[in-house]
Ligand binder design. Structure first.
Ligand SMILES: [Zn+2]
Length: 182
């Protein structure tokens, strides 16, 4: 049954788009939170929101006790996919703008399809650059808590799997382990 969404608003195109999603009431509240962050639309129809971004400029939102990429949350709810199953599906940006959260520009696909998108958009080289950049303390802390396979985490952040292993073993960022144990 289609639930009524409370944030339908002519001045919020993101709210309008998200209200079209047939979401379970439990999921509706996170869509409303996303809609409230609406910032602007560009000439390509890409929709931008305010709030926290990851190191690649992708907006993130806290939900169910973890931080997630907003685009992935939208696709998961709309396409009835499980958010945490990173090994099963990736979020594809048809507009090649990874900051965009316009549902019409988002679809799910395989990791290979997503990486093909990256190459097509010329983003692959920039991704490698991010790989050389230092991780923030918050990212290291997230890695320690992340229970997914090391390779999956490494791919997401564009870093070497060995780096993830060193962080998890405490060889790097040791003080974060001590804090977590307290
Ligand atoms: Zn877009």
């Amino acid at each position: 049954m289609k639930a009524t969404i409370g944030f339908l608003n002519a001045f919020n195109p993101l709210g309008n788009a998200l209200s079209q999603i047939d979401a379970h009431p439990d999921d509706r509240c996170v869509l409303e939170r996303i809609a409230r962050k609406f910032s602007h639309v560009d000439e390509n129809g890409c929709v931008f929101i305010s709030g926290t971004m990851d190191s690649n400029g992708r907006p993130r939102i806290g939900w169910l006790g973890r931080r997630h990429r907003v685009a992935r949350v939208i696709v998961a709810i709309r396409d009835e996919l499980l958010l945490y199953e990173d090994w099963k599906w990736d979020t594809r940006h048809l507009c090649h703008n990874r900051a965009c959260v316009n549902p019409d520009h988002l679809m799910h696909g395989t990791r290979q399809e997503n990486s093909d998108d990256c190459v097509e958009a010329g983003r692959a080289a920039r991704g490698k650059m991010h790989g050389r950049s230092k991780l923030s303390e918050q990212q290291a802390s997230d890695i320690i808590k992340d229970t997914r396979p090391h390779q999956v985490i490494a791919d997401e952040l564009g870093i070497a799997r060995q780096t993830v292993s060193k962080i998890k073993s405490g060889e790097r960022w040791a003080h974060l382990h001590e804090e977590a144990a307290q």
